[in-house]
Write a protein that binds this ligand. Structure first.
Ligand SMILES: Nc1nc2c(ncn2[C@@H]2O[C@H](COP(=O)(O)OP(=O)(O)OP(=O)(O)O)[C@@H](O)[C@H]2O)c(=O)[nH]1
Ligand SMILES: [Mg+2]
Length: 279
């Protein structure tokens, strides 16, 4: 039996769904009817306890405080007998925004980047600002002076590329060759609110072409999944009765590369344990 230590670098700005995915993932691991299950005593469930309590009542939880960074350690196993120790963090997404804004990676973040075996990038397409860039401005207008001066902002996808480049640099991985390690998994979160059909790669390629292209040319086998950790929007003060009655573990789904919907939200993570080439 192989035992692996999977230290996950969860990368996501505020409001992308980090805490709710963490809580739903943990709940599934504990319930134990998914590809991945808890195989021992987990340490420090605190980051997700409040969220799990709220979800059990059919409610969403609060924004994580900006300065919080906590790690939970979960002994996990899959059906094939592979086991590992999953280090899953939760933090206030402002920290990621600050990395980008200040173009500086503080020491603690540097250590996390260096020790991570797998990077999981969470993107909530619904909240991505698509300001004009060379992909959206008509080609005919290129080089022409603007009648009125428009202030162009850097688009969100440029910021995400910048962020990944900074993290690769800090990890000493800013070489030209396409890489396998650390693995990169992109989760397009809150998939339920997008109302799209089709496979996640295509959706990402269409909506974030520049970022998709960067990722595809930097990693040998980047994985892209659609993820809905909750399956539907929840309120912070008005409980969803169906949720409370059936239990939060009955909700949530993942969209696989071929567009298939499955209920097992542990799968994008189980695959990291299973695929020897990925890690
Ligand atoms: N519709 C829908 N909403 C979701 C889903 N997952 C999370 N949300 C909502 O998205 C919002 C943000 O989710 P969080 O998990 O708090 O996001 P976060 O990344 O932890 O944000 P910070 O704590 O600010 O860093 C909350 O209002 C959730 O209710 C989902 O799968 N579907
Ligand atoms: Mg949070």
């Amino acid at each position: 039996m192989s035992v692996k230590q999977q230290s996950i670098l969860v990368i996501g700005e505020s409001n992308v769904g980090k805490t709710h995915y963490g809580a739903q993932l943990l709940k599934r691991l504990i319930v134990g009817d998914c590809a991945l299950r808890m195989a021992g005593a987990a340490s420090n469930l605190k980051p997700f306890e409040k969220a799990m309590d709220s979800l059990a009542e059919g409610m969403a939880t609060e924004h994580t405080p900006a300065t919080t960074y906590v790690e939970s350690v979960w002994p996990i196993a899959d059906a094939s007998g592979r086991s590992g120790s999953l280090i899953w963090p939760d933090y206030g997404g402002e920290q990621v925004r600050n990395l980008i804004a200040q173009r500086k990676v503080p020491g603690q973040w540097r250590d996390r980047v260096l020790s991570a075996t797998d990077w999981v990038l969470l993107i909530r397409l619904h909240t991505i600002r698509s300001t004009d860039d060379m992909f959206s401005r008509p080609i005919a207008t290129l080089g022409k002076a603007n009648a009125e001066e428009v202030h162009h902002q850097v688009s969100d996808q440029s910021k995400l590329i910048e962020l990944l480049q900074m993290l690769l640099y800090v990890a000493g991985l800013d070489r030209d060759a396409r890489r396998n390690t650390p693995s990169l998994t992109v989760l397009l979160t809150c998939w339920d609110e997008l109302g799209v059909k089709g496979n996640p790669q295509e959706v990402m390629r269409e909506q974030l072409p520049m970022l998709f292209s960067f990722i595809d040319s930097t990693w040998r086998e980047p994985a892209v999944f659609g993820l809905s950790a909750l399956e539907k929007p929840l309120s912070q003060n008005d409980p969803d009765q169906e949720y409370a009655i059936r239990g939060p573990e009955q909700f949530g789904f993942v969209i696989l590369a071929d567009g298939t919907r499955i209920e097992d939200i542990t799968l994008p993570i189980q695959r990291l344990l299973a695929d020897e080439d990925v890690v």
